[in-house]
Design a protein around this ligand. Structure first.
Ligand code: SF4
Length: 295
């Protein structure tokens, strides 16, 4: 495999030892008051944009969310796809990918999802569904024809006053230049709704440019549960705009931390939000007030 030219501050994720949850931390300083941002990841930036209170629950209060089978599938599939490229090209077959999914699940299950499944039949049902989704991978790519330049890169870069973090799934050196690919195991949105999902990839491209001086040329979202690949070109002007957007967002988040103001923003997202039962936007009025409000 062609090893990347990346400098030492790009740290590699140890297979199976870190989770997608860990990659998305926004961190705040623990000693000084007010507690300000130390780092920001694309996931936490997206949280704040969607709902500042959601950001607070996850990044400031650090209230753990109960694991679910969709997260487990994503973590395991990412690990299996990462390991697939450790094999010689001729061995990158569906059967080997399925084996890698099974062994990756054993690696992460006890560590990250010990209580996810209450019975073997349920775990088996999940496993079969996962393999069906994973099989779609071969409909959109031929892994025997790909030599990734690097995979699972844990990046941390200083941009002005900010430190931005992110873990990039895969980067390929093509004839045109660098191409960044992100694997998705969730259901693919219709193309017209896919653009917001490129936010994280543009941040990764910005980090790559910052660390290597080379601007990636394309960003790819590879949805296994479609399957479909959405692809857009990227250039310096777009990355400059992303840096300005992150700078503005960083300032707004720091202001929210200083003033302890994290407004709720109720939306469809609330139906999937693990914090709904403790969210101020959905708080039940106490009995006395509720009785008063009744017709
Ligand atoms: S339930 Fe809705 S409003 Fe409350 S934190 Fe979650 S997303 Fe935000």
């Amino acid at each position: 495999m062609t090893r990347l030219w990346f400098v030492s501050h790009l740290r590699r994720r140890v297979p199976g030892m870190q989770t997608s949850t860990q990659e998305t931390q926004a961190t705040v300083t623990g000693l000084a008051a007010p507690r300000l941002l130390e780092t920001l990841s694309p996931s936490r930036a997206s949280d704040f944009k969607a709902c500042p209170q959601l950001f607070k629950f996850r990044a400031i209060d650090r209230i753990e969310e109960p694991p679910n089978e969709y997260q487990a599938r994503g973590t395991t599939a990412h690990l299996a796809l990462q390991r697939l490229f450790d094999l010689p090209p001729s061995d990158r077959t569906p059967e080997h990918l399925f084996d890698l999914f099974r062994s990756s699940w054993i690696d992460v299950r006890d560590l990250e999802y010990p209580d996810l499944f209450t019975d073997v039949a349920d775990e088996r049902r999940w496993g079969i569904e996962s393999l069906e989704i994973l099989a779609n991978y071969f409909g959109v790519e031929d892994p025997s024809a790909i030599e990734p330049a690097d995979r699972e890169l844990d990046m941390r870069e200083v941009l002005g006053e900010m430190t931005i973090r992110g873990i990039l799934d895969r980067i390929d050196r093509t004839g045109d230049g660098l191409v960044i690919t992100d694997y998705k195991t969730g259901k693919a949105p219709p193309e017209r709704y896919a653009i917001p999902a490129f936010f994280a990839l543009k941040v990764y491209a910005l980090l790559i440019r910052q660390s290597t001086g080379e601007t990636p040329v394309r960003l790819r979202l590879l949805y296994l549960n479609g399957p479909v690949v959405y692809e857009i070109p990227v250039n310096d002007a777009q990355l400059d705009a992303m840096e300005r957007q992150l700078t503005a967002l960083w300032a707004v988040i720091e202001s929210a931390i200083r003033t302890d103001r994290f407004p709720t923003r109720p939306s469809k997202l609330c139906d999937w939000c693990a914090y709904k039962s403790i969210c101020p936007a959905w708080a039940q009025p106490d009995q006395e007030v509720a009785a008063f409000l009744m017709p």
